[in-house]
Design a protein around this ligand. Structure first.
Ligand code: NAP
Ligand code: COA
Length: 258
């Protein structure tokens, strides 16, 4: 497990958008454990402060900045600040997201737009703003997508549309920026325990049981299991344009004959 301290990312800098809680904070923690200088970014100063304190408490080399990924100028300013402080950017994780259950006939235009703005446009903003500061060759961008990006789901029209865009954005950037020495991949986590995402999508015991019942491994994944995949993609020098399912087999479906 990547929870063990190592040196795979020593001397490298990483910026983790949405890195102040849940899965993304777990990725930030694993990158710190591998020796990276990690910058976590989110909207709320108190969340940034708490995340930095927690990472430093574990011995990590961590800093934090505040920005809303929907605001390109703010994202560009923090990318420049990180590059200045760290001498360039080696790894970008785009994990900021918003989600809730809402049916297609009741979600408002602004509700739909808000999720697309954070998940899809925010992911483009992060990549576009960091691009001029990436240390190449060898830079790695890791977008956090979801099974919604490849699988239609009820009450998830907004997240499905947004994450499908993230998957295609990942492949397009991998194609366009590969020749510059920049790898662009995505991780698609399955249902992960102890996260805000699952608190929102599976708010009851029955909902948790229904979800784990269709995961071939019959359990939620853990934040550490996603962080392990992020460490792999940060170092996998010939992997480019991949959407890596880390989901206990969810994308295989239920195996019925129809
Ligand atoms: P989470 O704990 O709610 O993390 C979301 C993070 O994004 C927080 O740090 C939040 O901090 C930040 N954020 C939200 N809106 C932002 C914005 N507009 N600009 C900048 N930062 C923003 O969520 P999670 O459940 O761990 O999910 C993390 C990622 O994994 C997401 O991309 C999600 O789609 C994906 N995922 C999760 C699951 C799951 O089971 N949980 C499954 C598949 C995929 P602030 O509030 O301070 O901004
Ligand atoms: N059901 C339906 N619509 C909802 C909703 C819900 N549960 N929650 C918010 N919306 C709608 C709002 O009604 C609003 O639309 P309106 O102006 O037409 O009324 C729109 O979404 C924007 O809401 P607002 O609260 O202004 O957005 P925000 O920018 O402050 O916050 C959210 C963004 C809504 C995504 C918020 O839930 C958030 O910050 N999420 C981050 C954490 C998270 O979702 N984690 C899980 C990651 S997978």
């Amino acid at each position: 497990m990547t929870q063990l301290p190592g040196a795979a990312l020593r001397g490298r800098s990483a910026i983790v958008f949405g890195g102040t809680s849940g899965i993304n904070l777990g990725i930030a923690r694993a990158f710190c454990a591998q020796g990276a200088h990690v910058f976590v970014v989110s909207r709320k100063q108190e969340n940034v402060n708490a995340a930095v304190e927690s990472l430093r408490g574990d011995g990590g080399h961590a800093d934090g900045l505040v920005a809303d990924v929907r605001d390109f100028d703010a994202v560009a300013a923090i990318a420049a600040a990180v590059a200045e402080k760290a001498g360039g950017i080696d790894i970008v994780v785009s994990g900021a997201a918003g989600n809730f259950l809402a049916s297609a006939e009741t979600i408002s235009s602004n509700g739909f737009r808000t999720v697309v703005d954070i998940d899809l446009i925010g992911t483009f903003h992060a990549a576009r703003a960091c691009h001029p500061h990436l240390r190449t060759p060898g830079a790695s961008i890791i977008n956090i997508t979801a099974p919604q990006g490849a699988k239609p789901m009820i009450d998830q029209v907004h997240a499905c549309a947004a994450k499908a865009g993230v998957n295609m954005l990942t492949r397009c950037l991998a194609l366009e920026w590969g020749p510059q020495g920049i790898r662009v991949n995505a991780i698609s986590p399955g249902p992960i325990g102890e996260t805000e995402g699952m608190r929102r999508l599976a708010p009851s015991r029955e909902a948790v049981d229904a979800i784990t019942g269709v995961v071939p491994l019959r359990r939620f994944g853990t934040i550490a299991e996603i962080a392990e995949a992020a460490c792999y993609l940060a170092c996998a020098d010939y992997v480019n344009g991949v959407v890596l399912d880390v989901d206990g087999g969810v994308m295989l479906g239920t195996g019925g004959i129809v």
